[in-house]
Ligand binder design. Structure first.
Ligand SMILES: [Zn+2]
Length: 254
């Protein structure tokens, strides 16, 4: 943990919430091939364009008690949830990495995850254009500002992520989609090969637990596809932040 002043922490929290509100729009519109700038945000029921005051992240949801001001239809809690998650994610990454070049990678990772969380949950799609955009960003970061040590570890991670997920895809084509294979190729680039292995193991573990709990609660039927994205996010973030510690613990335990 780094010593961070309160102002920096709040700055990243607010920045994260504002961007989170934009990531909601990206995650909902890109899979449908819609523009992310026009038209302006509107109520999905009465189509009324939202006033500036209704665009304030989280707070607008709270003081409108989760309903449209015009037609009183319920607003999806997904919006404030993602805004809060990105705000928290940004400020936590600042605590973990401090004002360091790796912080850029960490913030980009939180951004990527929040967008695919929305699109995977709503459409069960991880859009190619989103993956491609972040792939370019991560290649640039890892090649210049925030290289892994050794530098080729990023490329090794991408190869490991691609090959392993592709094998899983061949064995179990209904379990994961092509989007998951591409996503893990990009994540491999961020994580390096060792942490990519940890991320794949943790994502599968969390997915199995989540699927099992869902079936016990009767929310998911056997053989029914569930969005794997949220579990990849959870597994990869755990690997990114605690992977090295997990590997050390595991080696000592052997
Ligand atoms: Zn409305």
């Amino acid at each position: 943990m780094h010593q961070i002043d309160v102002m920096s922490f709040l700055l990243l929290f607010v920045l994260g919430m504002v961007l989170g509100s934009f990531f909601n729009v990206i995650g909902l519109r890109v899979p449908k091939g819609q523009s992310i700038v026009a038209p302006r945000s509107h109520c999905p029921y009465c189509k009324r364009t939202l006033a500036t005051i209704e665009l304030i992240p989280v707070l607008s949801y709270v003081w409108q008690r989760g309903r449209c001001r015009n037609c009183r239809q319920k607003i999806s809690p997904l919006y404030p949830f993602v805004e809060l998650a990105v705000g928290s994610g940004f400020s936590i990454m600042l605590l973990v990495f401090g004002w360091n070049m790796e912080l850029l990678v960490a913030l980009a990772l939180v951004s990527l995850f929040s967008i695919i969380f929305v699109s995977d949950l709503v459409y069960m799609i991880i859009p190619d254009r989103i993956i491609l955009f972040f792939a370019i960003l991560f290649v640039l970061f890892r090649a210049t500002l925030a290289p892994l040590n050794p530098w080729w570890d990023a490329w090794a991670g991408a190869v490991v992520g691609y090959i392993l997920l592709f094998i899983v895809y061949l064995i179990y084509p209904n379990g994961i989609g092509g989007g998951d294979v591409k996503l893990f190729t990009v994540l491999g680039f961020v994580l390096g090969w060792k942490l990519t292995l940890v991320a794949i193991m943790l994502s599968s573990l969390f997915g199995a637990i989540g699927g099992g709990v869902g079936m016990m609660l009767g929310r998911i039927k056997r053989r029914e596809p569930i969005p794997f994205g949220p579990f990849i996010i959870l597994g990869s973030l755990t690997a990114y932040l605690y992977g090295d510690a997990l590997i050390q613990w595991y080696v000592r335990w052997l």
